[in-house]
Design a protein around this ligand. Structure first.
Ligand SMILES: NC(=[NH2+])NCCC[C@H](N)C(=O)O
Length: 669
């Protein structure tokens, strides 16, 4: 490190030290005032003292948060720029208005003329003051806030607009430092306040009925949400709540006994469980086969009482179905941490759940059924049917109790089609009413998604009107993707293995990305033509962009080691070109995007970000040469290593996003 930058660094450290001590002093003072107030409760109006105390505590909490962020500078924590700015503005707000209880609001700006971030708090404060009978203009408040900002290393300049927004421009040094951390730590996750045990209920197909496109959506969205949670450090349990129990097994077992009489000794060759299910159903509904129906009912009773032969038959049917599902998972590279824990797992707990509900006085007898009326729910839950049997409601009540009380999860997420929102919301509310959890300590969340529609905007079906088999859908994806690559003559340039890897990456990447890049709440139109387009926010575009970026360093002749050496030896990357700076800012925004997607569980936020990132990269690459060659001789005359590092950072961030989204990039395409 040269002398100048060493001195600059020392100066900055001094500044930070001072700033840190200032903050500490404010916190201590607040603490003392709060304590004094608490001790002096007897004096004066108790209520107003308590209110003042609450405000001071609020202030203290925010100051401590600010302090924690400042303190972490040297430590390993990764705080987002947004959080850091919020902390700075918090300090400014409480300095100017000590009794304030409003939150600071910092947002990203879309227009670069308005800086990188914008603080909208002056307007909020204006409203707050109005309520206190004071009138101050938002612009004036904004000016006070800016003046009260503690010294910091983030903000280059601020601009107050006439309405009272504060536009914030970031310092180049700060951005460079964040980028260096991102590169050195290979795109680490942002720091989260607390690590949770999270259950993600997703995929959850029903045995013997084919997994359909709705389950495909749940599988894709759920897997990616679980990846995201894991990335930030939560402890994630992935559960597929399969429909593997219930009366339909009666007819399946009865049909199995007829069709494969020696099923106990020879494993029955059920190739196609769908047709098997249909055959059983036809017989079950056939008035000419009353005998079969009776036997099917009997089989249910035997299965319920865990008769070993019935259990064996049941296991066989479940296994066939599971093997089919696993094939879909394998092709789509769904995490193998996803485990089946479905309705049969909770079966034995249901009796006890009903008993507990009954004893707690939560059940009402109506027409022989036991119902639970849950506050704010339009229909009651049927906990016990008139024939004494249990329902989907009962099963989910047992499930939620197990997850909250036995698994002791902090956060229980259901990724199911929106049609089941009413059901799950009711289960969640009921669990609260019964007292199985305290909503301020454990969280249950329904994460819904819309329908999959065909290109005619009607329910997604085959031409002949039957439901689409997932394996066939994936096959079609492969054929279409191979054709697309051939159209571009990729089969000529790539080896057979490379071509196949590219074909798979495109096919499965497209199917996943098309789903994830739309807001999950809306219905979505499944169209191979649209998803295979190579322009716009599609997987094909992004996969190409990624391979191109990867190729830049590969073709530069600069080794990964020498880039690493350069990175370690360079305290400050010279990001002096506006497009370099813009790309760097987009890159460090990654952490913010992760936190915001974590909040909404809307994965399209992450997709939009990767797409924007690749667009900003193109802007940069169009004007900033990484390698300069002599026009005549083609000889390399200059290598801009910091630009190669920007390429590396871009591909590393894209890679992280792809991993979370469950997309497999290829290095050649
Ligand atoms: N806990 C739950 N209910 N999870 C979702 C289960 C989805 C159900 N198997 C279905 O296909 O409709």
């Amino acid at each position: 490190m040269d002398l100048v930058s060493a001195t600059a660094l020392a100066k900055r450290t001094d500044e930070q030290e001072r700033e840190f001590n200032d903050l500490k002093a404010v916190v201590e003072k607040t603490e003392r005032t709060a304590d004094a107030l608490a001790a002096d409760k007897s004096a004066g109006d108790l209520e107003s003292l308590a209110a003042a105390n609450a405000r001071l505590n609020f202030r203290k909490i925010h100051l401590q948060e600010a302090l924690r962020i400042r303190e972490s500078k040297s430590a390993d924590a990764i705080y987002t720029t947004q959080k850091r700015l919020e902390a700075l503005f918090h300090v400014a707000v409480v300095t100017v208005y000590p009794m304030i209880e409003e939150f600071v609001n910092i947002v990203n700006t879309c227009d670069p003329r308005h800086g990188d971030y914008q603080c909208n708090t002056a307007m909020q404060l204006c409203q707050w003051l109005k309520k206190q009978g004071k009138s101050e203009k938002a612009v004036d408040i904004a000016a006070l806030l800016v003046a009260a900002l503690p010294p910091n290393d983030l903000i280059e300049s601020t601009k107050i607009n006439p309405i009272g927004f504060v536009n914030v421009f970031l310092r180049n040094d700060y951005v460079t430092e964040r980028l260096t951390t991102l590169l050195r730590k290979n795109v680490p996750p942002p720091t989260i306040p607390k690590k949770f045990k999270v259950i993600v209920d997703y995929s959850s197909p029903n045995i013997a009925k084919e997994m359909h496109v709705g389950h495909l959506r749940s599988t894709i969205i759920g897997d990616s949400i679980a990846n995201l949670l894991e990335f930030v450090g939560h402890d994630v349990l992935r559960l597929s709540h399969i429909g593997d129990w219930g009366t339909q097994f009666g007819m399946l077992i009865a049909h199995l006994q007829d069709k494969f009489p020696n099923y106990l000794s020879v494993s029955p060759p059920i190739g196609d469980l769908q047709s098997f299910y249909r055959e059983a159903k036809v017989r079950f509904d056939d008035p000419n086969e009353p005998e079969f129906k009776k036997r099917a009912y009997n089989c249910v009773v035997e299965l319920q009482s865990r008769n070993p032969d019935s259990i064996k038959a049941w296991t066989m049917i479940v296994d066939v179905s599971d093997r089919e599902n696993k094939q879909v998972y394998k092709r789509l590279k769904i995490s193998d941490k996803l485990q089946n824990r479905g309705e049969s797992f909770y079966d034995e707990m249901m009796k006890d759940v009903v008993k507990q509900l009954d004893e707690g006085g939560h059940l009402k007898l109506e027409d022989g059924r036991k119902l639970m009326f849950v506050p704010d729910c339009p229909i009651p839950m049927t906990v016990v049917k008139s024939d004494g049997g249990f329902t989907y409601d009962t099963s989910d009540m047992a499930t939620i109790r197990h997850r909250l009380q036995v698994e002791k999860c902090d956060w229980n997420i259901y990724v199911i089609d929106s049609g089941q929102k009413g059901h799950i919301d009711m289960v969640i509310k009921a669990a609260e009413v019964v007292g199985w959890y305290n909503p301020s300590e454990q969280k249950n969340q329904f994460v819904g998604f819309g329908l999959v529609l065909g290109e005619d905007s009607k329910k997604f079906k085959t031409r002949s009107g039957t439901t689409i088999r997932l394996s066939e859908l994936l096959d079609e994806g492969l054929t279409r993707s191979a054709a697309k690559l051939q159209e571009k003559n990729r089969d000529k340039d790539l080896s057979k293995e490379e071509f196949e890897a590219a074909r798979d990456a495109v096919a499965y990447g497209c199917i996943k990305y098309a789903d994830l890049s739309k807001n999950r709440i809306s219905d979505y139109i499944f169209s191979f033509d649209k998803m295979l387009e190579d322009r716009g926010n599609t997987a094909v575009y992004l996969l190409y962009a990624y391979t191109r970026i990867r190729a830049i360093t590969r073709n530069s002749g600069v080794s990964a080691e020498s880039l690493q050496e350069y990175l370690q030896a360079t305290p400050r990357l010279p990001l002096d070109h506006p497009k370099e700076f813009k790309l760097a800012k987009k890159l460090i925004q990654f952490h913010e995007v992760i936190l915001s997607v974590l909040e909404s569980l809307l994965m399209n936020g992450l997709c939009d970000y990767v797409y924007e990132l690749s667009c900003v990269f193109t802007e940069f690459y169009d004007v900033c040469y990484c390698i300069e060659k002599d026009r005549k001789t083609g000889e390399i005359v200059r290598i801009h290593k910091h630009r190669l590092l920007l390429c590396e950072a871009t591909s590393a961030v894209m890679d992280r996003c792809f991993k979370i989204l469950g997309i497999t990039p290829v290095s050649k395409m």
